[in-house]
Design a protein around this ligand. Structure first.
Ligand SMILES: [Zn+2]
Length: 358
């Protein structure tokens, strides 16, 4: 099969042996697979990624010295079954799956594995148990956005929103946009979002942000304070620093050094900060800011199976407007150039790889 391969820190196109489905696995044709910011990180910081996986006790670890076919945001079509499958879905069915392969010898992370290919290749093997059929009529391209949008739902679930909470989303790339969509679905209001890119601010509005801020023109924290003033008279809190405000729930969706500290500076007393953006480098923060304001920091990763399934059905029901997020599509030959383009936030949100297109 044809695939874009990460080899010696570069992306190359090559012909690889077709994967063979093992017990309880299906062989699928990859129909569409989104390019994720994590893949850009993996290409640039493969060693750091592996080091962090080892330090965190991750159940699967890839070796960057060997080939990896990345791609974990996919929609695919069943073409064959391995031994011992239930076959509750038929050949030709379109499916999504969490990017995990459940093997008796251990988990494989699809898209970050040396042993099984991800969605930047024409074929993959998936665990039959994890398959979700694409609900009738939902387009393949939209179904492929299930994985990145589920990340937003998980972050918002972890935030344990209360009705009084006023969210602020810092960074409106794919992660921030997924968080905004999930906040909107949960009925959070008003949603404040900030990004330097006008295109991303426009997407933030499309997905449900009520107030969008250009940090080059004004402080997102000031804009947040303006809309977080409670209606009616509120008695001042004991030990309050500044005016009485509705509770702040801030989402860090940038993942570069310094952002967490800036958010701690900008946060009101007792704010909760949910860190969704993956920063690959050491970062500096001033704990005394967190102490003085009694801030909570919560780090989040991925999603739970029920959140993944709920996201697919929310997209199919038209509750998450994903179409505007798709800003490009390429075949396997175009993945390398797409990685370069994605480093310019003004032009893109999500680029889809369609491995079978000529
Ligand atoms: Zn991803």
């Amino acid at each position: 099969m044809r695939a874009t391969v990460m080899r010696n820190r570069k992306l190359v196109v090559d012909t690889l042996p077709d994967p063979k489905p093992g017990a309880g696995e299906v062989l699928v044709k990859t129909l569409a697979c989104g390019i994720c910011g994590s893949d850009l990180h993996a290409l640039q910081h493969a060693d750091r990624l592996v080091e962090a996986a080892i330090e965190s006790g991750a159940p699967f670890i890839m070796d960057p010295k060997r080939d990896v076919v990345m791609g974990h945001e996919f929609c695919a079509e069943i073409v064959d079954f391995g031994p011992g499958c239930q076959r509750s879905l038929e050949e030709g069915a379109r499916v999504c799956s969490m990017p995990l392969l459940l093997r008796s010898e251990g988990l494989q992370g699809i898209g970050y594995s040396n042993d099984v290919p991800g969605g930047y290749g024409e074929l993959m093997v998936l665990s039959e148990m994890l398959l979700l059929q694409v609900p009738n009529g939902l387009s393949t391209r939209h179904a492929a956005l299930t994985e990145p949008m589920a990340v937003g739902l998980h972050a918002v679930e972890k935030a344990r929103l209360a009705p009084e909470d006023v969210p602020l989303v810092i960074g409106c790339g794919p992660v921030g946009l997924a968080v905004i969509a999930a906040l909107k679905l949960k009925g959070a209001a008003p949603i404040v979002a900030a990004d330097f890119s006008p295109a991303r601010r426009a997407l933030a509005e499309t997905l449900g942000a009520d107030v969008v801020v250009d940090p080059a023109a004004g402080s997102p924290y000031r804009s947040w304070q303006e809309v977080a003033k409670p209606s009616g008279d509120v008695p001042p809190m004991p030990f309050a620093l500044g005016p009485a405000l509705r509770p702040g729930i801030f989402f860090e969706c940038v993942g570069v050094p310094g952002v967490i500290d800036q958010m701690m500076k900008g946060a009101p007393r007792a704010a909760r900060i949910v860190v969704v953006g993956a920063c690959m480098e050491p970062d500096l923060m001033h704990p005394i800011l967190g102490i003085n304001k009694e801030l909570s920091l919560q780090f989040v990763l991925g999603y739970e199976p029920h959140e993944f399934a709920a996201t697919l059905f929310d997209i199919a029901a038209g509750r998450i407007p994903v179409e505007p997020l798709i800003t490009g599509d390429v075949g396997v030959e175009g993945v390398g150039a797409a990685f370069e383009e994605l480093r310019q936030p003004e032009k893109h949100a999500k680029i889809l790889v369609e491995p079978w297109r000529s």
